[in-house]
Design a protein around this ligand. Structure first.
Ligand code: NDP
Length: 322
């Protein structure tokens, strides 16, 4: 496993990490989740991603119980959570990054995890109804209180991250250290155009999500149907079903097949390896529902080494304009 600094921070994250969105709860119970976490840890993964909103808090509880059972040294791994949507319906408990919500949210999260502190915490989305300064002060205070080590954002624009950084700098607060954007062959704009300058200017680290576009890039949806047991078949994920069955994207995935064949790898490995080639990406967050998927995806680093400039431009051509 290769490790990378989280942007300019000293902390090192494995370039492949493991997340719990959709999977922990609806697809994996505590025992299966623990098995996959151990498999990832054995392969050198040191970062496990989570969020308050995943399965209404259940993903954090499952991960917390799994961590307890696994008994790893706390200093050997990083755990994250993300706050914004909330778990309850009243005005200061949902869709906000105000001070009251954030202070409650971190405590609730620590309780569900059964941990004393989290390593990384993210503002899960921007909040147009709270001044950025209020959010920056609250996130910085959480770090000062020792409840989290680093704070960052998820799906904020470059301009919003820059503003937060400048406020923190002006007031000598803890600065946002990382962003968590979507990044895959079908979602490139944010990472490559909007956030790239900030990686250089302020040392922003990136923990990127959905490297397989929820499985679309594995080819599992290429027949134009949804295999039973896949996340797009879950009740409540109808919106995702439409996305993974997008005809022009399915066409592009077919065009990637000969490239994967030439490299002797699977489509999933090709797609993850492509993300790893971007040196601004500190870690690529993997998702998996089985040991086979995880084992396949964890072998992507070796494929990244074989991705020459000419193969990269073939990949670009296959996925252009979709
Ligand atoms: P992917 O795009 O890699 O999708 C993972 C899913 O694809 C798996 O759960 C599995 O679903 C399927 N899959 C994975 N590998 C294979 C394989 N080799 N062959 C066939 N199918 C495969 O990543 P995620 O969307 O899960 O995102 C990764 C992590 O990023 C999340 O867990 C979360 O921590 C984070 N995230 C953050 C967000 C944010 O807003 N900050 C948003 C979304 C994710 P199945 O078996 O059900 O088909």
């Amino acid at each position: 496993m290769l490790y990378s600094r989280l942007g300019s921070a000293g902390i090192q994250v494995s370039r492949l990490s493991f997340g719990s969105w959709v999977t922990f709860g609806p697809q994996l119970d505590e025992s299966k989740a623990a098995k996959l976490m151990q498999q990832a840890y054995d392969a050198g993964v040191n970062f496990f991603d989570n969020a308050e909103a995943y399965s209404g808090g259940e993903a954090e509880s499952i991960m917390g119980r799994a961590l307890k059972k696994l008994g790893w040294r706390r200093s050997s791994y990083l755990v994250s959570s993300k706050f914004f949507w909330g778990l309850h319906g009243s005005p200061n408990e949902k869709n906000t990054l105000n001070r009251k919500y954030l202070m409650q949210a971190i405590d609730g999260s620590l309780q569900r995890f059964g941990l004393d502190y989290l390593d990384l915490i993210f503002c899960h989305r921007p909040d147009p109804n709270t001044p950025i300064e209020e959010t920056v002060r609250a996130m910085s205070d959480i770090v000062s209180q020792g409840k989290a080590l680093y704070w960052g954002t998820s799906e904020w624009t470059g301009a919003q991250v820059r503003e937060a950084y400048q406020i923190a700098e002006r007031h000598h607060l803890h600065k946002p250290q990382m962003e968590q954007p979507q990044y895959n062959l079908f979602a490139r704009e944010k990472v490559e155009r909007d956030l790239a300058p900030l990686c250089k200017e302020i040392g922003l680290g990136l923990t990127t999500w959905s490297p397989l576009a929820s499985g679309l890039l594995t080819g599992k949806y290429s027949q134009g149907s949804v295999p039973a047991g896949s996340r797009a078949a879950l009740p409540g994920y109808e919106w995702l079903r439409e996305r993974v069955l997008n005809p022009s994207k399915l066409e592009a995935v077919k065009k990637l097949e000969p490239i994967a064949k030439e490299l002797g790898c699977s489509l999933a490995q090709l797609a993850v390896a492509w993300c790893l080639k971007n040196q601004n990406v500190s870690t690529v967050l993997l998702g998996a529902t089985s040991a086979e998927q995880l084992s396949e995806n964890l072998k992507s680093a070796a494929v990244a080494e074989k991705l020459s400039d000419s193969l990269l431009s073939e990949i670009e051509k296959a996925t252009a304009n979709v």
